[in-house]
Design a binder for this molecule. Structure first.
Ligand code: GCU
Length: 664
């Protein structure tokens, strides 16, 4: 396997110490000849042969010591079981895809030199998707690793080799769906020709148990179908969607469903006809239901022409304001896909109150592996640290312990019969044609970590970083220790030199969302405001301000009404406070900002010598590529530090107590 990063964490590098697996039989018997069953057997053969340096073979039958791959219909949905029997090792799955998950898990144990134990694993939720914001012209919206692996020149690519390899990578961490086109969907997505081409993508995904999904524009009945309306309540429109969906399933029998962005950022939607999100979602859902498909209707609906002078205006309120009135009216195969925070993937936001406000609707959490506002894969930021913080946040719905992970796995507000709601996890990933998919070798840990948390949101972060590092960079103790420690602190470091205190968007929002552009978020209709003024800074979202805090359950609302109880990490998200406001760390806000920015920029600079110490322990190409990125990050962290500290000095008129001025 070339060390260019394409293999990501599936390198299967030869183990220096393989004692633990010395007795593993070399004959793999697969009872399942489906494409997925065969892919599982071949993956196992390839992985074990490469790691253990013995020749593993796949055969249809065999006696003596063997590894058996088989289906076991008694296991719950998508579940695998690994057990040692008298005759060898068994990897069983409730389906061929589940067998495949078992194989990948088994290979991961070997790659990270863990003992093989008997175990049974099921995913926490049914929806575990990756969304790609690829345009049919081959560009990728908010993609930072080169052109699309799916499209070029307005069409699906002829050569879909990379698309198939990507599905393998997704399957290796249990991701079972992939939406390949931008949520800002091409209006012609559902044309006959395009659907035939999408069927080719579904075909290369299929062996890996990854189902194809598509983003669709709600005007399709008009634009593609030639109708005079796209009003979701018009029977012609419903009939059009039904026949379009039937056409899709003829071509793609395992089609996963639609993602919908409507009435948001210029996309048309049901509001044009005075209809509600549920009217639009349901018309698609009814067409998909007989085929087993779902609609992921995005909760990211807001007005981007807000009035800056209106102190009650607040983009953060939009999710709850737009969706709660529809709660309980969505079809059973509609899922509201909610971004983790109410604004837009900032380095830290409060958790969206929509998760606890929808009590009778299916929900999924949307996380962004693409580091749009978090350094665009030029900075190392291990996002699972943030996601875990989000997933563990207790929203106190109904006055009970209800962490987000319990809500998005369907348990907090179950179906009427007590079964968990249809629910889950979506990653906006935006891989590209660069060999290593995401540009920064460390960014792959985010995709890997997403899969692990979607499978089991209780997976410890240390387990994610440890296993990913061993699979990606090897088992050398210095390598493992250094990389896991760098990843572990990287979110805090990034937040520290960009941040701070839940202030929100400081990246340049008018351009590429990269680098500091402190005031670009202010005084415009986008509503990513922090209201930095002479008297103080922060959005007042309490009942004296926009009232956003009241969208949470009462216990949390009370907490967020009170600056001291809110906590320093989200202070400016909820409160407008003076610059000399005293934080819990007993520093003034502004001094704490100065100090944090110096300390965090220094921590980023330290990645360079820390990484350099691994020079002889990792392959030269990836070593050099990563070193360059760390050098860039060290410099860019200084740019951030000085931009923010200078801005605070100017606006607050308060000098740094330690007398530091920029880079000296
Ligand atoms: C962000 C992002 C857009 C994207 C939007 C969305 O605003 O910058 O590119 O279209 O989110 O999630 O729909």
């Amino acid at each position: 396997i070339a060390e260019d990063g394409a293999a990501a964490w599936l390198r299967y590098a030869p183990l220096t110490d393989s004692k633990l697996y010395a007795t593993l039989p070399t004959r793999i018997v697969s009872m399942d000849n489906s494409p997925t069953g065969s892919a599982a057997a071949e993956e196992l053969r390839r992985g074990l042969t490469s790691m253990l340096g013995r020749n593993f073979v796949v055969s249809n039958a065999g006696t003596g010591a063997i590894i058996v791959l088989s289906s076991n219909a008694l296991l719950p949905r998508e579940t695998y079981r690994i057990r040692r029997g008298m005759d060898g090792l068994h990897i069983e799955g409730s389906s061929a895809a589940a067998e495949l998950y078992g194989v990948f898990h088994f290979l991961e144990r070997v790659a990270s030199q863990k003992p093989i134990v008997n175990e049974t694993q099921s995913p926490a939720a049914q929806i575990r998707w990756s969304d790609e914001w690829d345009n049919m012209d081959g560009t990728v919206e908010r993609g930072y690793a080169g052109p699309s692996i799916f499209f070029e020149n307005g069409h699906v690519k002829q050569d879909l080799t990379r698309a198939g390899e990507y599905a393998r990578l997704l399957a290796s961490v249990g991701i079972n769906g992939c939406n390949v086109n931008n949520v800002n969907a091409n209006l012609q997505t559902l044309s006959e020709q395009n659907l035939r081409d999408f069927a080719r993508v579904a075909e290369v995904f299929r062996p890996w148990g990854v189902k194809l999904a598509l983003s669709v524009d709600l005007t399709s009945p008009q634009v593609v179908g030639g109708l005079d309306t796209f009003d979701p309540l018009d029977p012609k429109v419903a009939a059009w969607w039904q026949s379009k969906v039937d056409e899709i399933y003829k071509l793609i029998p395992d089609f996963a469903g639609f993602t919908v962005k409507a009435d948001s950022e210029g996309r048309k939607g049901p509001s044009q006809y005075g209809r509600m999100p549920a009217d639009a979602a349901n018309v698609l859902a009814r067409a998909l239901k007989p085929h087993g498909g779902v609609v992921l209707y995005r909760g990211f609906v807001y007005n981007n022409h807000l009035d800056w002078n209106d102190k009650k205006a607040d983009r953060a309120r939009a999710g709850v304001d737009n969706f709660v009135k529809n709660d309980g009216t969505f079809e059973s195969n509609v899922v509201i896909q909610i971004k983790e925070g109410p604004i837009d993937f900032q380095a830290r936001e409060a958790v969206s109150p929509l998760f606890s406000a929808l009590k009778k609707s299916n929900v999924a959490i949307e996380l962004q592996t693409a580091q749009e506002y978090t350094g665009q894969q030029r900075h190392m930021v291990f996002l699972p640290s943030m996601w875990k913080w989000v997933l563990d946040t207790d929203l106190r719905a109904n006055g009970k312990t209800t962490p987000v992970k319990q809500i998005v796995t369907g348990h907090t507000f179950p179906n009427a019969d007590g079964s968990p709601r249809l629910s889950g996890f979506v990653s906006v990933t935006n891989v590209g044609s660069e060999a290593n998919w995401l540009h920064h070798p460390m960014a792959l840990a985010n995709l890997y970590g997403f899969g692990k948390l979607a499978w089991n949101p209780d997976t410890p972060l240390s387990q994610i970083t440890d296993t990913w590092t061993r699979m990606t960079w090897g088992n050398d103790p210095l390598v493992v220790g250094t990389i896991t420690s760098m990843l572990g602190k990287s979110w805090g470091v990034y937040e520290g030199y960009t941040g701070p205190n839940g202030m929100g968007t400081l990246t340049n929002i008018l351009g590429y969302h990269f680098g500091p552009g402190i005031e670009s978020a202010e005084r415009n209709g986008w509503g990513q405001w922090f209201r930095g003024e002479k008297d103080g800074i922060g959005m007042d979202r309490t009942s004296h301000g926009t009232g956003y805090a009241q969208q949470y359950a009462p216990e949390l609302a009370a907490k967020y009404e009170n600056p001291a109880a809110t906590g320093d990490d989200l202070l400016l998200f909820f409160h407008h406070v003076p610059y000399d406001y005293k934080l819990h760390n007993s520093k003034t806000l502004v001094q704490s900002i100065y100090d944090t920015h110096y300390a965090s920029a220094l921590a980023a600079a330290e990645y360079v010598p820390q990484w350099s110490a691994l020079k002889d322990k990792v392959d030269a190409d990836r070593y050099a590529q990563t070193l360059k990125l760390f050098q860039f990050q060290a410099g860019h962290a200084l740019v951030w530090r000085d931009a923010i500290n200078n801005w605070f000095q100017r606006i607050s008129g308060i000098a740094d107590a330690l007398g530091r001025v920029g880079h000296d």
